[in-house]
Ligand binder design. Sequence first.
Ligand SMILES: [Zn+2]
Length: 329
Amino acid sequence: MRVIVVCHTEYGRVKNREIIYEESRVEGVRKGVRNLVAIAKRHGAKITFAIMPEVVKYFPKNINDHEIGLHVHSGWVEKRYKSFRWFVGDKYLIEHCRVSVNSAFLNDLSFKDQLTLVETGRDYLQDAFGVEPKVFVAGRWSENNDTITALVKSKFTHDLSACPHTPRWSKLPRICMPYHPGVNDYQEKGDLPLLIVPISKFFPFGDVSPEAASYVGLSTLKACFVEYYRQKLPLFHIYLHSASMTDYWFCSMMDELLNFISKTNVQFSFASSVDDYGTVIPRTNLFPYLARPEATTIRFLSSVKRMKASITRETRVIETPRAYWGENH
Ligand SMILES: [Zn+2]
């Protein structure tokens, strides 16, 4: 089994074990990246950094043995959460691309606009790092057929933006192995020269990320790994945000998770090394979840309730388009 770790490298900070994506906070890039590399090194893990163009200038120098990919957040859209307000978007892309729609969801943009963002971001990363990025992550998992066409045209080989059980990836099963998408439907198998590499999801519908440990516990993430590992699935895909690696508790969760995984027979890899593994039929196996130390019925139901509350909270975030667009074009 290959294990990949993909770090969405962008602005933000941690407050009470939640990430607040304030665009003025870049400590996740300056320090979080270094912390994650140090943790990965202890366990022989490899990290793929999907970087927003806007934060490239803050990415630490002299980080060896890592992989660079592109992370695109489109638009310039205000978000409010509790007492916090910030803008989702990428100032570099806003200032260097002329696009016609202001939306934080890439799939709301035309093919031409998506291609402009992807190519501009790719070229900027190539200039900054001296390597052409081959892997891609869309902000908010927001893709459509046009995104896939734009990625193929821009010579990306791996797309790490698939999050099963979310609106734009609703056709994918919870456990989904890498596949080449079709021309007419990016959620169906086809023969396009791009490999979609979905993130791993624990039962019943949560993302495998150290950040999820705050509401389901680390043991659920370990149980999910065991569920995948015992049936010899070829891939386990962990993702996280750079901001979380500025927080001691999230760092310790990541450290423990990688430590647990490293004691098994896995191969830590960069995302660009992932293959198409052909026909694999995964099965749900509840035993690892039920065997968790805290897996009494009441605790399990309460962790599911907390997870649902967290997801609802996320979808309640208010979004307001703003005139920044007009100021720049
Ligand atoms: Zn992001």
